[in-house]
Design a protein around this ligand. Structure first.
Ligand SMILES: NC(=O)c1ccc[n+]([C@@H]2O[C@H](COP(=O)([O-])OP(=O)(O)OC[C@H]3O[C@@H](n4cnc5c(N)ncnc54)[C@H](OP(=O)(O)O)[C@@H]3O)[C@@H](O)[C@H]2O)c1
Length: 263
């Protein structure tokens, strides 16, 4: 973890908080949405598959005010409509979680043979879309003097794993965008965090490692409390965090224990 400077902004998640979470129909995004709903936050959610998003929304609706619109984060019109509808419904957005992502072609090709069109798609989803969302959401955060942009990254953005190069390069790019955005937002009260959730047993990971048994890996429900911990307890204007390290330091235990939201 590396964090710089502190801000006077005191974060808290509860009734009145509005969080936009991409990729919220399953995996880490859904686990996080559940924890935020438990705290009474209002949610703006998206994912491409309308059926899975609808199932998630019906579950969350019983304990949170949810606006869910199905679509692709790389679709500029969808994202503009999502943010516009969210601001119209809730008046503001406090937290943006750029969680939706793609590993690219499955099986993942080595860079020597990586189809460039596929690489461009990976960068549109994993880099341009998070920036586009930040561009739409940050101005009203600036105006209100606070907010959080949390970009979900990966150790593949730092380490060189054969065949993970396209995805890894996109995660490295979103990390640097985050670092630069934070520098540009210095003094605004808007926090920008990068989080590496660590290996999890999810659909995306199974697509990346076809045929490999991942059942020994943590479930996203075990990792999501680390993200809530950052939202509620961290005050640095910028940081790169490893969820597993936060969990190991049991920094998160008190956060999750208070609310008992995760399994
Ligand atoms: N799993 C791991 O081991 C691991 C490790 C390091 C980092 N991460 C990161 O953790 C984050 C969450 O991944 P996960 O493992 O929870 O994956 P997941 O279970 O496969 O969930 C991905 C979510 O994103 C949505 N999504 C994918 N592409 C999208 C698009 N173009 N537009 C809108 N929504 C989209 C999916 O729904 P639709 O498919 O219906 O759109 C789904 O809701 C990602 O940023 C990933 O890079 C995961």
């Amino acid at each position: 973890m590396s964090a710089t400077r502190t801000t006077n902004h005191t974060p808290s998640i509860g009734p009145g908080t509005v969080a936009l979470v991409t990729g919220a129909s399953r995996g880490l995004g859904l686990a996080l949405a559940r924890l935020l709903a438990d705290r009474g936050a209002s949610l703006i959610l998206t994912a491409r598959g309308a059926k899975a998003l609808d199932t998630a929304t019906r579950e969350l609706n019983s304990r949170a005010d949810v606006l869910a619109l199905a679509g692709d984060v790389a679709d500029l019109a969808h994202v503009e409509h999502l943010v516009g509808a969210g601001l119209q419904r809730f008046g503001h957005i406090d937290v943006l979680v750029n969680n939706a992502s793609t590993v690219g072609p499955s099986p993942m090709p080595a860079l020597e043979a990586y189809p460039l069109e596929a690489l461009e798609r990976v960068f549109r989803v994993n880099v341009s879309a998070p920036l586009h969302l930040a561009q739409l959401v940050v101005p009203q955060m600036r105006e209100r003097g606070g907010g959080l942009v949390l970009n979900v990254s990966s150790d593949a953005g730092v380490n060189a794993y054969p065949s993970w190069g396209g995805y890894g390069a996109s995660k490295a790019a979103v990390e640097h965008l985050s670092r630069t955005l934070a520098a540009e937002l210095e003094g605004s009260g808007v926090r920008v965090y990068v989080v590496d959730p660590g290996d999890m047993d999810t659909q995306m990971h199974r697509e990346a490692e076809l045929g490999v048994d991942l059942s020994h890996l943590p479930r996203p429900e075990a990792v999501a409390p680390a993200l809530v911990h950052l939202m509620e307890r961290e005050i640095a204007p910028f940081g790169r965090y490893e969820a597993q390290s936060l969990l190991a330091q049991s920094l998160v235990a008190s956060t999750s224990g208070e609310h008992g939201g995760e399994s």
